[in-house]
Write a protein that binds this ligand. Sequence first.
Ligand SMILES: CC(C)(COP(=O)(O)OP(=O)(O)OC[C@H]1O[C@@H](n2cnc3c(N)ncnc32)[C@H](O)[C@@H]1OP(=O)(O)O)[C@@H](O)C(=O)NCCC(=O)NCCS
Length: 95
Amino acid sequence: MAVDGETIVENVFVIPYGARVVITFRLAVALKYRNQGIASMLLDRVTTMVKKDGVREIGLFVDSDKVDLHKFCPKRDFDSSTTESKFVVMWKPLT
Ligand SMILES: CC(C)(COP(=O)(O)OP(=O)(O)OC[C@H]1O[C@@H](n2cnc3c(N)ncnc32)[C@H](O)[C@@H]1OP(=O)(O)O)[C@@H](O)C(=O)NCCC(=O)NCCS
């Protein structure tokens, strides 16, 4: 997470999934800070950090209705499971 004074500028959760894989989710940049390269820089930093620890694959969970993320991620070399089918997520809400 990064802050500008008391404002949260960006956010991403990074969770290890075994020794070689990390899962990331909730990537978001505050509206007024978008289109300045912040999300790209954040993803680069996360990737560099986890690669140093020996991680070889990174996943990014994206809400199905977040069209901006759907456009953004492939430009940063993330394949969608709907196109490449490396993984398929099965989902069950716990009520
Ligand atoms: C998708 C999202 C993360 C992108 O964040 P961002 O910080 O605006 O992304 P970037 O600035 O790195 O890149 C966006 C565009 O800005 C452009 N850009 C980068 N640096 C720039 C700069 N200095 N000046 C102008 N434009 C720039 C890039 O070219 C990029 O365009 P492209 O994707 O066509 O290449 C952001 O729109 C967002 O948070 N959306 C909501 C996501 C959400 O709801 N998440 C929670 C649920 S999963």
